[in-house]
Design a protein around this ligand. Structure first.
Ligand code: GLU
Length: 462
């Protein structure tokens, strides 16, 4: 019999709450048009403020102020030519947030909604996520408001080459090592790396997520999705439960969603949903390996819409402009984008009996949604812990590149599994509640934060 302990973090004392409010006011005043950044900062500050107030060295060193102001933000024009000869302009960015514990590390996102505030939230999250992996990686993120959707391969190539023509001067294997994110997959990484190599006349492993032929790690494409399922497994095992035979909802249908689904299927769970920006598909019979291969071809090669799934497989339905959270499931794996689960979605999932939520995407649940999950005793794995598998294998790719060696798939998988297990253990260590249960949000924030904060204290005022 499952015991469900509501995760109600010890009540925040009025003095701590007042400090959080005072601190957030200053952040918001200084960055008024960056709401996603405020959301990400608030979540961390709420968790770590008691530790900061109790630790004289952190207060003296102003660690929170230093960790909420990026080392630098680089913004640049990207000019590229369309197939019809028209000249287009997009904006490119790299946010180098903190290199306290290693070179800046984090992906590049190409999506029309990308703003400086989006990338600051993502780079900020990356600081703590990367610290949790135990590998020496700082936090950064970059990207552009360029939309690869509907562009030809040649247009994407010209955009990527132009983007790297500016970015190359700001990155380096000991400085800043980008990778993929939404809209940046194997095709884009190839174009970006090719241009870096041409511009510098070096074969420097300055980017991760490379194809295995030119230095990429085996299992890097799988790592975020597999890691998110390993994290869910770890949370369930800790509570004496498992995933076998359970229905699971996955959102998204890109890299993270595909490999989340693959691992869930492998572990005997039934994946009943996938989605894209047009809506979601529900297949009550379960998406099996063959159906998943169809989705991979649809999304990775043909770059089509998920609605085609419901046209191909009888019994499956397509729900335009909706998200999959109304489908009753045991496990929810949000693997699309930020704020894709709101409070109403979370309450619906809870009412339908959801037991575990593992965030494959970055910040997919709104703060109210997180609260609803925790109040109901749902095992909730926040993105900075649950989706750290991707950047972990990026770190392992860097290690292999430095050694000029390639590890086998099994070797990488074992290391990935060990990293996800140790992140889970760190969350339990820092997030266990007196009444039982684990606050994984607080655990992840405190474990990641203290490592970086201790480094900042050691450096003096830099
Ligand atoms: N974009 C991924 C993330 O959000 C991976 C970053 C990387 O591999 O550097 O963690």
């Amino acid at each position: 019999m499952t015991t469900v302990s509501p995760v109600t973090p010890s009540p925040v004392s009025p003095s701590v709450e007042a400090e959080v409010q005072r601190f957030m006011k200053r952040v918001v005043d200084r960055t008024p048009s960056e709401p996603e950044f405020h959301q990400a900062v608030h979540e961390v500050v709420e968790s770590v403020m008691p530790t900061v107030l109790d630790t004289q060295a952190y207060r003296d060193a102003s660690v929170l102020d230093r960790l909420t102001e990026p080392d630098r933000v680089i913004s640049f024009r990207v000019t590229w030519t369309g197939d019809d000869g028209a000249v287009h302009v997009n904006r490119g960015y790299r946010v180098q947030f903190s290199n306290a514990i290693g070179p800046y590390k984090g992906g590049l996102r190409f999506h029309p909604t990308v703003t400086q505030g989006t990338l600051k939230f993502l780079a900020f999250e990356q600081i703590f996520k990367n610290a949790l992996t135990g590998l020496p990686m700082g936090g950064g993120k970059g990207g552009s408001d360029f939309d690869p959707k509907g562009k030809s391969d040649a247009e994407v190539m010209r955009f990527c080459h132009s983007f790297m023509t500016e970015l190359y001067r700001h990155i380096g294997e000991d400085t800043d090592v980008p990778a993929g994110d939404i809209g940046v997959g194997a095709r884009e990484i190839g174009f970006l790396f090719g241009q870096y190599k041409r511009l510098t006349n070096t074969f420097t492993p300055v980017i991760t997520g490379k194809a295995p032929q030119f230095g990429g790690s085996l299992l890097r494409p799988e790592a975020t999705g597999y890691g998110s399922v390993y994290f869910a497994q770890a949370m369930l095992e800790h509570a004496g439960e498992g995933l076998a035979d359970k229905d699971c909802a996955v959102s998204g249908s890109g890299n993270v969603a595909q490999f989340t689904a693959e691992m869930l299927i492998k572990l005997g769970a039934r994946v009943v949903t996938l989605s894209d920006s047009g809506g979601f598909i529900h297949d009550p019979n379960g998406i099996d390996t063959e159906k998943l291969a169809f989705v991979e071809d649809l999304k990775n090669t043909r770059r089509g819409r998920i609605s085609e799934y419901a046209e191909k497989y009888s019994g499956a339905t397509f729900h335009a402009n909706e998200r999959p959270w109304g489908v009753p499931v045991f496990g929810a794996f949000p693997s699309a984008t930020q704020n894709e689960i709101n409070e109403a979605d979370a309450k619906t999932l809870v009412a339908n009996g959801v037991r575990v939520v593992s965030e494959g995407a970055n910040m997919p649940s709104t703060p109210d949604a997180v609260h609803a999950f925790q109040k109901a005793g749902v095992l909730f794995g926040p993105g900075k812990a649950a989706n750290a598998g991707g950047v972990s294998v990026s770190g392992l790719e860097q290690s292999q590149n430095s050694q000029r060696l390639s590890w086998t798939r099994d070797e990488v998988d074992q290391k990935l599994h060990a990293i996800m297990t140790s992140i889970h253990a760190a969350c339990v260590e820092h997030g266990s509640l007196p009444g039982g249960g684990v606050d994984y949000v607080r655990g992840a924030n405190i474990a990641g934060f203290t490592k970086v904060a201790d480094a900042l204290v050691a450096f003096g005022a830099v």
